[in-house]
Write a protein that binds this ligand. Structure first.
Ligand SMILES: NC(=O)C1=CN([C@@H]2O[C@H](COP(=O)(O)OP(=O)(O)OC[C@H]3O[C@@H](n4cnc5c(N)ncnc54)[C@H](O)[C@@H]3O)[C@@H](O)[C@H]2O)[C@@H](O)CC1
Ligand SMILES: Nc1ncnc2c1ncn2[C@@H]1O[C@H](COP(=O)(O)OP(=O)(O)O)[C@@H](O)[C@H]1O
Ligand SMILES: [K+]
Length: 465
């Protein structure tokens, strides 16, 4: 996993004060990384246009244009009067080496957005939005310098954002690139070294971007084993039977030795899933909430969930029921797996905070972090295009999910998978991280049309991870 930062100015400052680097050294490296990314897409016949703003983001673009000029067909477009001293200096240098400055948005094969970066602290005005719209409408490969213009430093968005195929971000990963609402605008992210290795540039952070290598699959190492070795997942069945069945399949396919659905005998049940009216004695985790329609027998459910010490995975309707407060108050090991609407209910129930889904989605990180600090024993899996696993103030961000997962039932499967890992001895936090990663990575394994993936495919795909 890699650290992620709300802001990187303090990391730049540390380079100056601790390592004796200068803003110019950092900028030369930022420009070099940007030039490198442009060069990869430029053949001798192709052209690149650097659209540069008035600040240091623009200055990075000017440096990159200077580095490429002579060997490649590049030009600069500067729609605003240059403000920053460094940008003025870089422009002077670029002109001295003969970089062409054009006075309109000309056609090119590659467009570089170096208009605004980390300094964008208020929404763009109409004129700039129009400029971005025109730029977005152009054919060609699009590269954003540091952050696509239009994403503000506080994670709010302008009405238009540069739509990048690729973002070359300076020094370290920024949280602003990882919110759900910019997933379509950032393209692939590359992190540029700024004259010092990334390890040295970075300081510890409580925010992490998960990597494939963080996935720990529940391989069976022990040879002298039996089904009991791999745990028993109990899944509470609701009136919508299919949901618990999918969770059960997710659990079984992800290595649980035994899986029992608790409730009336369902009409259809995969042959490997068991059914019981009561909690099996050897169950070691309970998964509940999916398919549970109100009203349900609250007293019976409360007894089932709270009259034992088993860890819980709570999903769907239970996120919206007052019983959740008692579950949290019980201090049992607990994983919550809400989507944003369910998380809105959780916040209202537990923090007495009415927060709309839109407000949550605008800054998922802040709400997830606040909740996890308020309830440090709870692991929150806030689902979305980029799922967040929050625990005691730490956020782990999983960006591997794809829209193939946007289908009824895929969340049920993931809750079952997390239950399976807890049953096999993972801590709730590790189970949430590996369960979420496996769920997302499976969606990338299928080469079928992405509209066709089903929750059952997710279960089946686990065997190929
Ligand atoms: N040492 C440094 O400072 C480094 C800076 N770097 C680059 O510098 C960028 C940050 O540069 P700046 O701080 O100059 O900021 P930007 O270049 O992102 O923005 C320029 C200026 O625009 C103004 N502004 C903010 N919102 C606006 C709006 N809605 N409409 C019009 N103007 C607005 C602000 O006053 C800001 O200073 C980074 O994103 C990165 O690309 C890199 O070169 C690495 C080193
Ligand atoms: N666009 C997307 N990109 C990545 N993952 C997605 C996307 N849409 C949905 N998902 C994932 O699919 C799952 C959907 O879960 P959920 O909304 O609870 O569905 P259900 O309750 O029907 O099972 C979540 O894990 C979510 O992160
Ligand atoms: K930019």
């Amino acid at each position: 996993m890699h650290y992620v930062y709300e802001e990187t100015n303090s990391l730049d400052d540390r380079c100056y004060t601790t390592f004796g680097l200068t803003p110019e050294i950092l900028m030369e490296h930022a420009g070099l990384a940007l030039a490198h990314a442009v060069k990869k897409k430029l053949t001798c016949k192709k052209s690149a246009l650097f659209v540069c703003g008035m600040g240091n983001n623009g200055a990075d673009g000017i440096v990159a244009a200077r580095l490429l000029h002579g060997a490649y067909n590049v030009s600069l477009y500067l729609p605003f009067k240059i403000k920053s001293e460094l940008a003025k200096l870089q422009l002077e240098r670029a002109k001295k080496v003969g970089v062409i400055v054009v006075d309109e948005l000309i056609d090119a094969d590659i467009y570089v957005d170096a208009l605004f970066g980390a300094g964008l602290n208020r929404p763009l005005d109409d004129l700039t939005c129009k400029l971005l719209e025109t730029l977005n409408a152009k054919q060609g490969y699009k590269i954003a310098c540091d952050i696509p213009s239009g994403i503000l430093s506080d994670l709010t968005l302008s009405s238009v954002i540069f739509q990048a195929n690729e973002t070359v971000t300076m020094g370290a990963l920024k949280l602003a690139l990882l919110n759900d609402n910019v997933k379509d605008a950032i393209g692939d992210i590359k992190v540029a070294n700024l004259g010092i290795s990334r390890n040295q540039y970075e300081t510890p952070s409580s925010l992490f971007l998960l990597h494939k290598s963080d996935l720990r699959l529940p391989f069976r190492i022990k040879k002298n084993a039996n089904k009991g070795t791999f745990g028993h997942v109990a899944i509470v069945q609701g009136s919508k039977e299919g949901a618990a069945r999918l969770a059960g399949m997710g659990a079984f396919h992800f290595g649980a030795g035994l899986v029992t659905l608790i409730g009336e005998k369902p009409k259809k049940l995969p042959i490997y899933l068991m059914n019981s009216e009561t909690l099996p004695k050897n169950a070691n985790v309970i998964v509940a909430g999916m398919g549970l329609e109100m009203p349900f027998d609250e007293v019976a459910l409360k007894t089932l969930l709270l009259s034992n010490t088993l860890p819980l995975v709570i999903d769907a309707s239970l996120s919206q029921h007052p019983l959740l407060c008692e579950i949290i108050a019980s201090q049992k090991p607990l994983v919550l797996t809400p989507h944003p609407k369910e998380f809105s209910s959780i916040l209202e129930l537990t923090c007495k905070e009415k927060v709309s889904v839109e407000a949550i989605q605008a800054n998922r990180f802040a709400y997830a972090k606040r909740f996890s600090l308020a309830f440090p024993h709870v692991v929150l899996v806030l689902k979305g295009a980029n799922t967040i696993i929050a625990h005691n103030g730490e956020l782990f961000i999983n960006t591997y999910g794809t829209p193939a997962l946007a289908k009824g039932g895929s969340g049920d499967v993931m809750s079952g998978m997390i239950g399976a890992l807890i049953a096999q001895g993972y801590t709730p936090k590790d189970a949430a991280i590996s369960g979420s990663l496996a769920h997302a990575l499976v969606s990338r394994k299928f080469t079928c049309n992405n509209f066709a993936l089903t929750p059952i495919d997710i279960c089946k795909g686990l065997k190929w991870l």
